[in-house]
Design a protein around this ligand. Structure first.
Ligand code: GDP
Length: 361
């Protein structure tokens, strides 16, 4: 009897141990998912100082104003030169025009500004600096166009998040802008999720995950080489189930062929829209790349319906005129400007503050 009972007990115990181990193995090693969600670690004040209270949007633009007026900005210099000229002869106007073009204002806006100022000041001269300053202020503001609607469209149905796609050439600052914008939105009390749909470089997803942990936002990412549209879809899907307000989707900016780019970005947008409408497509442009950057931006604007522009690296650009040039070229308002590499170095663009900065007011 005992001879039978002992092996039976041993087999039963063996089965129980085997089953428990198998269950454990399953718990610690799930099937590798194609899409991963990185949850930021809980904020630890000593290690994550970036998660302190974000700077208010209004004072961010004031910082830009200060930077513009104290910088060696070509446009600011041209304006100051005109204001301090003894007489407005042909040579003065010519040199003014040349400097405006060098500051990337663009041919059309430069001609408009010079013609208008010549009409206003040519007769009166600059004997009254106040009149000249006011004329410059008004004309510049008109060029930057304060009437354009620069608010981000983040309207969404209660059950769906607003979706913002960030597009643009690699290196312009897309990922950085997604990170900073996440923080700006959190400062406004919104809940945010990042989608790392730039799957062509492993580093891009890593970079976004790092930004996510800096600003306290989760990131949905895929394996390197995964289909960008599928990652974007998963991110929006997750955004819906989590009930977040905004999903910010970073995309790849390889300028291969126009058709390839169109297919890729078009597909990402179409696939997202199976879940929720894309409320903003923000085109990121590096302000320091001038006419070349503008030409590249034009290709993006042709392949995807851009609803707003983000002008990055305005802190390092000596050519503030690009603000006017990009809006004119692409027919879309500059909505945000990048002022540096810090977490709070992104500001909603304010034409009045911008012009005041250029005029050193
Ligand atoms: P992406 O390839 O378009 O995603 O570009 P990244 O976000 O990786 O940015 C490229 C580089 O530009 C990084 O070194 C950023 O820190 C830097 N950058 C981005 N925005 C700004 C800005 O507004 N000012 C400055 N000075 N640097 C910026």
């Amino acid at each position: 009897m005992l001879a039978i009972a002992i092996p039976v007990v041993l087999v039963v115990v063996g089965l129980i141990i085997g089953l428990t181990m198998a269950r454990r193995r399953h718990a610690v090693a799930p099937v590798a998912p194609s899409v991963m969600v990185e949850t930021p670690p809980p904020p630890a004040p000593a290690e994550a100082p970036a998660q302190e209270t974000p700077e208010q949007p209004a004072s961010r633009m004031v910082r830009l104003r200060r930077r513009l007026s104290s910088s060696n900005n070509g446009l600011a210099k041209a304006l100051a030169g005109l204001l301090s000229a003894d007489k407005l002869d042909a040579a003065t106007w010519e040199s003014f025009e040349t400097t405006l073009l060098a500051a990337d204002l663009g041919v059309g806006p430069t001609t408009e500004l010079v013609d208008s100022l010549r009409a206003k000041l040519g007769v009166e001269g600059t004997s009254d600096p106040g009149v000249a300053r006011q004329a410059l202020h008004d004309d510049l503001l008109a060029l930057v166009d304060p009437a354009l609607d620069r608010t981000l469209n983040l309207e969404h149905e209660p059950a769906l998040p607003a979706v913002v796609m960030m597009v643009g050439v690699n290196g312009t600052g897309k990922t950085t802008t997604v990170g900073k914008l996440g923080r700006l939105l959190i400062a406004e009390g919104k809940t945010v999720l990042f989608g790392a749909a730039d799957t062509f470089r492993a580093a891009a997803a890593e970079q976004l995950i790092t930004w996510g942990s800096r600003v306290g936002v989760e990131t949905v990412s895929g394996a390197e080489g995964a289909d960008p549209a599928s990652v974007a879809f998963q991110a929006v899907d997750r955004g819906i189930s989590d009930g977040v307000d905004v999903v910010l989707v970073d995309t790849a900016g390889r300028l291969h062929t126009k058709v390839g780019l169109m297919d890729e970005l078009g597909k990402v947008k179409r696939v997202i829209e199976k879940k929720a409408p894309v409320t903003e497509v923000l085109l990121v442009i590096d302000a320091t790349t001038g006419q070349n950057g503008l030409a590249q931006a034009r290709v993006f604007a042709e392949v995807v319906d851009v609803t707003g522009l983000v002008l990055t690296k305005l802190d390092g650009s000596a050519k503030g005129g690009i603000v006017v040039a990009v809006q004119r070229e692409l027919g879309v308002p500059v909505k945000l400007v990048g002022l540096g590499e810090g977490v709070d170095d992104l500001a909603p663009f304010d034409p009045e503050q911008f012009v005041q900065g250029l005029l050193g007011e």
